[in-house]
Design a protein around this ligand. Structure first.
Ligand SMILES: Cc1cc2nc3c(=O)[nH]c(=O)nc-3n(C[C@H](O)[C@H](O)[C@H](O)COP(=O)(O)OP(=O)(O)OC[C@H]3O[C@@H](n4cnc5c(N)ncnc54)[C@H](O)[C@@H]3O)c2cc1C
Length: 429
């Protein structure tokens, strides 16, 4: 619903740009100057798209709620690429026009300002899209992105120099500049807000050899079970970068908690966290909660099928804890894939819940444990059908490592589960 509204607003802005542009140019029979005309249309649309990529990555709660951060990040990538392409073609077409019409470029200082910013955007975009191949650290990738915020004012300077004062396009650029300042201000205010409301680590619990839970005490947070947070830890006077983790606690619990599994630089230091360490939390985010999808009586009666891979259990344990604490009458089957029993966290708690909640069935699936008595291998369509009989009137929730989640979604599609019944969290931004 909100996504549709955003698209309508975007279409209205694009229409406004088209009208402003048409008012600024005089059409006659086709001539070379058309190259220039069209390049002038590409510039405002390109800048709008570049601004939108900032908006979609700024975690603006009023926009994110109901849409989800992963979808917004997809839009961020789309608008970033589309915006950059349009601005590139704007520059190329103007350059061509000048070369053909006058035999030279003769750019002014303000043209060079725009060209330099464009080159800057192209370098950051190329580095960002190749960061895995280049083996860059996530933090480096993120900092490269931040350079774009510094480049944007330069393209605005370029635009203001070239647009006629008092024209419709001039006012469009004024609004664009104001929106850019708004986004930057929003980010700064959010950081200040987080710093002023720190949380404190009250317990560090080892769950398995490589999984730990941190319990956090602090300001009350209103969240749905299954949502996630960004957390920065202050340890030994050093502040970590912000990492996303599902809130593994239920909103009914006294403390917030996250349950990270050792994977890389940051997660391998979780065990070094001490009681009393400070944490800064930006939350809640995400729509991966049965509460987000239970709209109307029809859905409320649906059976929920939870499919977790490894540490992807965290949003499900949060939802199950909530259902357990609130004594909700739900029919749920949880499929949980792991390599072997040693990787299982929350096992006793799950067994207790299964024994006490009549609607809950837990199916543990091990891929690498030959002596496992239960389901073995990967979660595939026949295994699902074996337990569920039919996929009708069921909502499927998938969470785990990206490869596992994608493979499971393919299996669900093979079973003809409609897309709107499949909800997923990829643990990858
Ligand atoms: C919505 C969501 C919920 C998550 N919930 C959990 C959870 O409950 N438990 C759990 O163990 N893991 C969870 N993760 C994954 C967790 O965020 C990453 O494992 C962790 O950030 C890896 O950091 P690292 O430095 O240890 O590993 P690295 O080896 O540096 O990074 C591995 C990968 O993790 C991602 N990543 C790294 N740093 C960041 C960052 N600062 N912000 C965003 N992504 C990053 C990148 O894709 C990177 O390629 C979740 C991820 C998302 C997106």
């Amino acid at each position: 619903m909100k996504a549709r509204l955003l698209m309508i607003v975007l279409a209205a802005i694009l229409l406004f740009i088209a009208i402003s542009w048409a008012a600024a140019v005089e059409f006659g029979p086709f001539e070379l100057i058309y190259l220039r005309y069209f390049s002038l249309l590409f510039a405002p649309v390109g800048l709008l798209f570049i601004l939108l990529q900032f908006v979609f990555v700024s975690r603006i709660k009023a926009i994110e709620e109901g849409i989800g951060l992963d979808r917004m990040l997809r839009w961020h990538r789309f608008f970033g690429r589309a915006g950059l392409s349009l601005v590139f073609f704007h520059a190329l077409m103007i350059a061509l026009y000048r070369l053909i019409a006058f035999g030279e470029l003769f750019p002014t200082t303000f043209v060079w300002v725009g060209v330099a910013a464009l080159l800057g955007f192209m370098v950051t975009a190329s580095l960002a899209s190749m960061y895995k191949k280049l083996n860059l650290a996530y933090e480096t990738w993120r900092n490269i992105h931040l350079i774009n915020y510094l480049l944007f004012p330069f393209v605005l300077i370029h635009a203001f120099y070239h647009v006629r004062d008092g024209s419709l396009l001039y006012y469009f650029f004024v609004v664009l500049a104001a929106a850019y300042l708004g986004v930057v201000l929003y980010r700064v205010i959010r950081i200040i807000g987080m710093r002023r409301k720190p949380y404190e680590v009250v317990e560090v619990r080892q769950e398995t050899t490589d999984i730990w839970t941190l319990f956090l005490k602090g300001p009350n947070l209103n969240y749905k079970p299954g949502q996630f947070m960004f957390i920065q830890l202050m340890r030994n006077g050093k502040l970590s970068s912000a990492h996303p983790f599902t809130i593994s606690a239920s909103p009914t619990a006294e403390y917030l908690s996250i349950t990270p599994k050792k994977l890389g630089d940051f997660t391998m230091t979780i065990k070094d966290t001490r009681v009393g360490d400070r944490a800064y939390i930006d939350a809640p985010y995400g729509v991966f909660s049965f509460l987000s999808y239970e709209q109307g009586e029809q859905n409320r009666q649906n059976e929920h099928i939870f499919i977790a891979g490894g540490i992807g259990i965290t949003p499900f344990i949060s939802m199950l804890r909530y259902i357990y604490d609130q004594k909700l009458d739900k029919k749920i089957t949880l499929f949980w894939a792991n390599r072997s029993e040693e990787n299982l966290c929350f096992r006793e708690e799950l067994e207790k819940m299964e024994a006490e909640l009549t609607g809950l069935k837990v199916v543990l699936v091990m891929s690498d444990q030959t002596d496992w008595q239960g389901e073995k291998g990967h979660i595939k369509a026949p295994m699902l059908l074996n337990y569920l009989e039919t996929v009708e009137d069921k909502d499927f929730y998938v969470c785990g490592p990206p490869a596992m989640s994608r493979a499971t979604i393919v299996e669900l599609k093979q079973l003809d589960v409609p897309s709107f019944r499949i909800h997923s969290e990829l643990f990858e931004l």
